[in-house]
Structure formats: structure tokens, C-alpha cells
Design a protein around this ligand. Sequence first.
Ligand code: SF4
Ligand code: SF4
Length: 349
Amino acid sequence: MVKIKKTGLNEFIELLMKDYDVYSPADVGKKTAFKKINSAFEIRHDITNTHLSPKDVFFPQSEVLFQYSDDGLKVPQRNEKPIAVWGMRNCDTSSLMMLNKVFGDAHQMPGKDMYKDPYWKMKYDNCLIFNQACNEPLSTCFCNWFDGNPFAEKGADVFVVDTGDHFILEGVSDKGNAFLAKYKSGEEATKADLDKIAELKKTAESYLPDVIDIKPLFAKMNKIWDEPIWEEISTKCINCGACTFVCSTCHCFDVTDEGKGKKGKRIRLWDSCMFQIFTREASGHNPRGLSTQRVRQRIMHKYNYFMDNYEQHLCTGCGRCVQVCPVNLDIREVIKQVLDYKLSKNEDN
Ligand code: SF4
Ligand code: SF4
């Protein structure tokens, strides 16, 4: 374990920047997001969850896939350094591991040769993740419903705890340990530091809501696809899509061409299953023309379809969708509503 004085963090970040493009929580306009930084002074240490999730670092809101002209296709190469992300939280690290099942190496379904997205892989493979403990989880956090913990190290390369005047850094992967070995200015963490970390962890856990048993959720959702519950849940949703854009695990996208004459580019952009035209077909037919159908799609994808494909829920309990929804449609309440729902058509509840 390495102990760094907060006043010395710039030196550490500069060392990191020699080998990596460094991203961290930072101000972006009036919001906070994970942004490429040039100095430790840009890091926002005072926020638990950024408004926008770190998925944007690896799966940008808008990304050129290739440019075309009479000379053929030109695919953008990543000439920059590998990526390091400082200030990730356990929920965020978990979300990247989920997205790596969709886009990257972790996504193999048994017996299927799955597509791997080169644009994701060129950023995510070789990245270095600094996962920071959440000393004060927010009132909207519920990572503990999904086996998360504010002090979990899973998925990190280096685990970081803010103990007040210092950061304590622990290498939890070979990559993380190799990088920490380069840093010569840190001190060794003491027994008093370890005791402090244990105390902070206990306090952090006390901020979280009571755990509910979500194991029956998947099976229950298999039974409610055509039940009236979706009308109840979706009544107040205005289909603004904000929940999907801030979500660290939502990954729907559209592909469009922008060009003039014989030159142009193909771009991948985030899209949202909450939008009315998301599934509209060329014929004009829209299988999810109703808001009820779109809300059902979002919730079913999170807690049923993804489980079908990858044996886990597509939600980390980060709470961003709870914070941003303009009509207070709280996904924690939706989960409880589904679990408590009495089926209308048969006795098997
Ligand atoms: S659905 Fe909500 S709580 Fe779950 S990962 Fe997405 S934003 Fe976070
Ligand atoms: S943020 Fe709220 S109102 Fe907007 S689409 Fe999501 S659930 Fe509906």
C-alpha cells in the first residue's frame, strides 16, 4: 500500500500522465463528468457520483467509425496513450465490466462466436482503473442490492481510499502493482491507516439502504410481460430519455452518415429506447410505439433480458437515473413494485 499526501497528488498524476491519458471526475459546463485532465487540480474530489457516467470515456456519446471518399475508407486509429481513469467508484467499475460483456472480450456467450467492438477494445483493453472508495454514498445509491459495496475493489487495478489528508493506494492487479512500483515518493501505510479505512468502510455502509432480496426478480419478470403493471409504472414517464443517457450501463446506439458529395463520415451516437422513433421501422410500423412498451423494454432489459444473455442484471445501483428523472420515476420503487406485484392471470404469484 502506498500513502500519498493530498498536497503531493499532482506529482503522482504527472507521473501517470507520462504513460497514460488521464481521465477523472471534473467540471464540464454546469455538470460533472469524466474528462481528460492535464493537472490534478482539475479533479473533483468532493463528489461521489458524477452527473454523467464514465461510459463516455470508452463508448463516447458520438464517435466517428470511419471517413469515406473517392480514396476509400479511413478508420480512425488511437495514436494517443492508453487510458487511466482516476476516481471511479465501485458501481462505475462494475458498469464497465458489464459493458465489456457487450462490446469487449468478456462478452462471449457459450457456444457463440460473438462480435467484438474494435472501438471499445482499443480504449478499454490496457486501461488502468483507479477505483476510489465512497466514504459518503448518496441517498440515491443502492449498489448493495446488486452485490456492490462502497469499498469494493472488484474490477479495479488500484484501489484508493481518501483518509482525510492522504490517499491510500493499494494495487489489486498486476497492472496496478506495476504502476505503483514506479512511484517512489509515497510512504508505507501504517496500522493506524488500516484501522481508519475499516472505520470509514463501516460508516459508508451505514449510508446505504436496507438490502432487498432481488433474486426472485428475474423469474417474476418472465411472468409479467403482458400484465397491466407496465401501465401503472409508465403513467408518469414523459419519455425524455434522461435516465438512459446518464445511466452507466445503457448502451443503445444509432449509426448515421454525415457527408456531402463523395466525402463523408459514419458516426455512432448514443440513442435511447425511451424515444418514440427508436424502433420505428422503414415501413412506418413501430413495435414500441407506446410509452408503456418503451418503459417495459428499459426495465425488462435491465433486469431480465441481460440476465438471459449474461447471467447478471444490467444495473449497478448507481442511482443516476433516480437523480435525473424529472418526474421522480424511481427505479428502486419499480423493482419493489415488480416484486410485490400480484399476477392478474393466474394464481402462481
Ligand atoms: S438503471 Fe439507474 S441505477 Fe441502474 S445503472 Fe442505470 S442509472 Fe444506475
Ligand atoms: S428520466 Fe424519467 S421521465 Fe425521462 S424517460 Fe427516464 S423514466 Fe421517463
